[in-house]
Design a protein around this ligand. Structure first.
Ligand code: MN
Length: 152
């Protein structure tokens, strides 16, 4: 649970991305950032444990049930990153434009090592969502999908 990897990958004198400040307390926010890096992807970030837990999703996040998206867990980001939009300069880690695709709050239903269930209240993403570890996909692979509203 630290932001060391986030800091190590970035030079804050050169990137407009936020430098972590002191650890903020938990807020139930989420954001999805559309990131025009070498490959376009969508970064899902959930505020948990005072940081933004992060997953990179190569395709648009599902707004309907029945679509499962691969979500690769990436380094934790500081909470301030939830407001970040801008252009990461050429040559920097993740170079390219970052735009907020969706944001809002969420309610956690359950959290285990292998599975996180939560309710998103955004503009595009609304309802009950699941992140499920996808071991066949590798160490950091998860699946992200919209689930039935009721518990199963
Ligand atoms: Mn990204």
């Amino acid at each position: 649970m630290s932001l060391e990897e986030y800091q190590r990958k970035r030079d804050f004198s050169k990137t407009p991305e936020p430098e972590p400040k002191e650890k903020a307390k938990h807020e139930n926010i989420f954001v999805v950032q559309e990131h025009h890096a070498r490959r376009l992807h969508y970064d899902l970030r959930l505020a948990m444990d005072g940081v933004l837990k992060s997953w990179a999703i190569p395709k648009p996040p599902p707004t309907e049930q029945g679509v499962r998206r691969l979500a690769i867990q990436t380094e934790e980001h500081p909470l301030e990153y939830a407001n970040f939009e801008g252009v990461i300069p050429e040559g920097m880690y993740g170079a390219g434009e970052v735009k907020i695709w969706d944001r809002g709050s969420y309610e956690l239903e359950s959290r285990k090592d292998e599975k996180i269930v939560f309710h998103l209240k955004g503009e595009k993403l609304r309802g009950r969502y699941v992140l499920l570890r996808f071991k066949k996909g590798g160490e950091n692979a998860w699946l992200f999908f919209k689930a039935k509203e009721e518990k199963d």
